[in-house]
Design a protein around this ligand. Structure first.
Ligand code: ADP
Length: 169
């Protein structure tokens, strides 16, 4: 018999139930919107199996950005970063799923596109760190903070998948 199981066929220990409800904040930055990359970027996360639970387009304020990038406020590139991020609208999203923070960071690639692997968003769509197309939260705690900053609770939707709620006559 399996450890912790009753030995019946099909039973397995349930000690490692995955947390399917982790959330992260992803944003298509102004260059990504301007270059018509929104659809392709969304497609990658859908294709991977993550669930979109929030989505909006907005022109970001300096106030929101200064909170979002608080840790970078002393960096020499910070004023340029604010100019970049306010140079047009962004599309900001919340995605949900097992280890979504870590997985989407891998999918987005290195901050500096010159070091980003081909196959990542930055590795496929960008060549310079000052125009790197996309933002992704870098830790579950950071994601929680960013989601609260960018979204109101009512803008985030819980929904069930059609193939789990099918009914027959
Ligand atoms: P990430 O976005 O990968 O989490 P950081 O938090 O370090 O990376 O930086 C935030 C953003 O600041 C980057 O995505 C990039 O747009 C910009 N940035 C970082 N380093 C530089 C740099 N050396 N020159 C210009 N912009 C930079």
């Amino acid at each position: 018999a399996l450890p912790g199981g009753d030995g019946a066929a099909g039973h397995r220990s349930k000690s490692t139930i995955p947390d399917l409800r982790e959330r992260t904040l992803i944003a298509v930055k102004p260059d990504g919107v301007q270059r018509r990359l929104v659809g392709q970027i969304i497609q990658r996360f859908e294709q991977r199996g993550f669930k979109l639970v929030g989505l909006k387009m907005l022109q970001v304020s300096d106030d929101l950005l200064s909170q979002h990038y608080y840790e970078l406020r002393t960096k020499p590139f910070y004023p340029m970063l604010l100019d970049y991020m306010t140079s047009g609208p962004v599309v900001v999203m919340v995605w949900e799923g097992h280890k979504v923070v870590q997985t989407t960071r891998t999918m987005v690639g290195h901050t500096n596109p010159a070091e980003a692997q081909a196959g990542t968003v930055r590795g496929d769509f960008s060549f310079h760190v000052s125009r790197n197309v996309v933002h992704a939260s870098d830790s579950p705690e950071g994601a929680q903070r960013e989601i609260q900053l960018w979204f109101q609770r009512k803008e985030l939707l819980n929904w069930d998948c059609c193939d789990e709620t099918m009914t027959c006559e």
